[in-house]
Design a protein around this ligand. Sequence first.
Ligand code: AP5
Length: 211
Amino acid sequence: MRVILLGPQGAGKGTQAHRIAQQTGAKHISTGDIVRAEIKSGSELGQKVQDYNDRGELVPDEIIVEMAKPYLTGADSWLLDGFPRNESQARALDAALKELGIELDKVIALEAPDDDLVKRLSGRRTSDSTGKIYHVEHDPPPENSDEDPGPFVQRKDDTEDAIRRRLEIYHDQTEPLKDYYAERGLLATVDATQEISKVTDDVLKAVGETA
Ligand code: AP5
C-alpha cells in the first residue's frame, strides 16, 4: 500500500493514518510529526522550522522534501500524511518515487467543511508518550494510564489564528492537488464528517483493503 492522505487540517489524516497503520502494518509517515520531532529535539533544523510551524505557515519546500525523502525507502507499505501540500512538493515526490522505482497506488481526499474543522482542532489533544490523537468530546483520552499514560497536550499551532492560516493555505495550495491526482486516475474522496471508525472503513475500501 502506497497511499497519500490529502485533506484540510483537522479532517483526520493523522487519526486515520494511525488507525490504518495499526490495522495493516503500513508505516505512517507524517511530515507534521517529523517537523515536531525536530523542534522537540532542539536540533538546528528544528530551530529553523519552529517559527513556520507555530505560525501555521508551510515549511519551505526544499527543507520539507529533504526531511521526507528518507522515510519513503524505510518501508514497502506506507501512508503519507501531510505531504505533498502543493504542486512543487507533488512534483518532487513524483521525481523521488520514479528514482526509487516505486508507484503510488491511491490518493485519498478526506473532506469536511471548515466550520467542523475549527471545532475539531480546538478540542484535539495528543498523547506525548504514544503520539495517539484524541478529541475531548469525540474520542476522549483514556482515564486508565495503562492504556495510554499521556500526558495529553494541545498543539502549539492549534490557536485560532494558526488554524485559520493553515486552512487558508490548504484551500489555496493543497486542494488543487485533488485535480492533479484525479487527472492521473489516482484520486478517491471520503466523507470525513462521519464517525471515526466509518471513515476508516471507507478509506480501507478505497485503497482496496477489506474493511
Ligand atoms: P501537520 O501536523 O500535518 O498538521 P495539519 O496539516 O495542520 O493537519 P492536522 O494534524 O492539524 O490535521 P489532521 O487532518 O491530521 O487531523 P487529526 O487526525 O489530528 O503539520 C503541522 C505543520 O508542519 C504545518 O503547519 C507546517 O508548518 C509543517 N508541515 C508539515 N508538512 C508539511 C509540508 N508537506 N510542507 C510544508 N510544511 C509542512 O484530527 C483533528 C481532531 O479531530 C482530533 O482531535 C481528532 O480526534 C478529531 N477527529 C478526527 N476525525 C474525526 C471524526 N471523523 N469525527 C470527529 N472528530 C474527529
